[in-house]
Ligand binder design. Structure first.
Ligand code: GLA
Length: 404
């Protein structure tokens, strides 16, 4: 009798615990890929424009390249909740209602993401979720939301870990699996505490389409591609399948040079970063498209080992980044960060590669690797010979090494 009681109690506790276990597992086993409205449109979004964007998402080959999430950032809501406290999609921007738009996205075989904020108001001044966590999570679940980006404006007095834990639980209780994207800009080092709470966390402040240094946006200072990349080393070990460091959305196609866009995309792939296109897909040039849909580069990002790359060396404006891959392969990215044309000469045999995190050790004196150039899309011999190549200003050479 007592044994039966104990048994039932244990089963109950296990289930109870499961109900409140944080985050839905088995989502985002590789870094999430998609499109987010913010970088190009800010809050200027509307149903018709977004439907065109969804159509282009398919026709441009983004879906075929692996992008899945179509994400509305800030600005989708009306300024007030309704009398029951429910969020209201802006009726002017979404005359057909949000559910219809979500269904449109799903009918195209894509997943739908939405945005809100842990504070009283979003960064754009729309109703925030503070105090409405469970109600909002139910609202998203009913809409069919697959991904929630959760920001950190207007949060005075809140503890970040507690606030994100509450929302994570609310999503779990609402019952619809959603990727949970923490966006508190790395202020409270979420990589140290959010592994069981969310699937990705912003590591840094907002990106802008600038290559290096700080990007002056008039009223505020945004981060550049290299400014963000420089900060990734310290949190590298916290990223992995199901829980990714997020250096912010892509600025490919938003005003940098072709080389800079290519370098930006390559570095994000080397970092195993979430790949969220942030350009106007309807207007992208063939060059932009060729970057965003480079399947070889995407395969580096999506590699199942899920180990973020690291800066192996930096000298005189030239940087070498390395990312260990599954099956003992390796991605190497040579980057010319300087404002002058450079020539790289890299004698593999002088540079053993060691990485404690992935336990790889390579000595090119004892093993040779085939070199495949991911942008030129061709094999360039092997590591028995020194690599020599010209690199234009802010250009990259990104290669994959496969053991011979
Ligand atoms: C913050 C986030 C951005 C974007 C805006 C929306 O700045 O970091 O990515 O979501 O808010 O207002």
């Amino acid at each position: 009798m007592i044994r039966a009681f104990l048994y039932t109690a244990i089963i109950f506790l296990l289930n109870f615990n499961n109900l409140f276990a944080q985050k839905f597992e088995a989502l985002a086993q590789t870094p999430p890929m998609g499109f987010n409205t913010w970088n190009t449109f800010q809050t200027n979004i509307n149903e018709q424009m977004l439907k065109n964007m969804v159509d282009t998402f398919i026709s441009s080959g983004m879906k075929d390249a692996g992008y899945r999430y179509f994400i509305l950032d800030d600005g989708w809501m009306a300024m007030q909740r309704d009398s029951s406290g429910n969020l209201v999609p802006d009726p002017q921007k979404f005359p057909g209602g949000m559910k219809k738009f979500v269904d449109y996205v799903h009918a195209k075989g894509l997943k739908f993401g939405i945005y809100n904020c842990a504070g009283t108001l979003t960064c754009g001044g729309y109703p925030g979720t503070r105090g409405y966590e469970y109600q909002d999570a139910r609202f998203y679940a009913a809409l069919g939301v697959d991904y929630l980006k959760y920001d950190w404006c207007n949060t005075v007095g809140l503890d970040a870990k507690e606030a994100y834990t509450t929302m994570s639980k609310a999503i779990k209780v609402a019952g619809r699996p959603m990727v949970f994207s923490l966006c508190e800009w790395g202020n409270h080092k979420p990589w140290e505490w959010a592994t069981n709470i969310g699937h990705l966390w912003r590591t840094t402040g907002d990106i802008a389409a600038g290559f290096d240094g700080v990007v002056d946006k008039g009223t505020w200072k945004a981060m550049s591609v290299m400014g963000i990349a420089d900060k990734q080393a310290e949190m590298r070990q916290y990223s992995g399948p199901g829980h990714w460091n997020d250096p912010d959305m892509l600025e490919v196609g938003n005003g940098m040079t072709y080389n800079e866009d290519k370098a930006h995309f390559s570095l994000w792939c080397m970092l195993a970063a979430p790949l969220m296109a942030g350009n106007d897909l309807r207007k992208m040039s063939d060059q932009t498209k060729s970057i965003l849909t480079n399947g070889d580069a995407i395969a580096i990002d999506q590699d199942v080992l899920g180990v973020a790359g690291f800066k192996y060396a930096a000298l005189d404006g030239l940087e070498i980044w390395i990312k260990p891959l599954a099956n003992n392969e390796l991605a190497v990215c040579f980057l010319n960060r300087s404002a002058k044309q450079k020539t790289i000469t890299f004698n593999w045999k002088d540079h053993p590669i060691k990485d404690g995190l992935s336990s790889i050790i390579i000595d090119f004196n004892t093993s040779a690797y085939k070199i495949y150039d991911l942008w030129l899309k061709k094999t360039l011999g092997n590591t028995n010979r020194a690599l020599k190549s010209d690199l234009g200003v802010h250009d990259v050479m990104m290669i994959k090494l496969t053991k011979l």
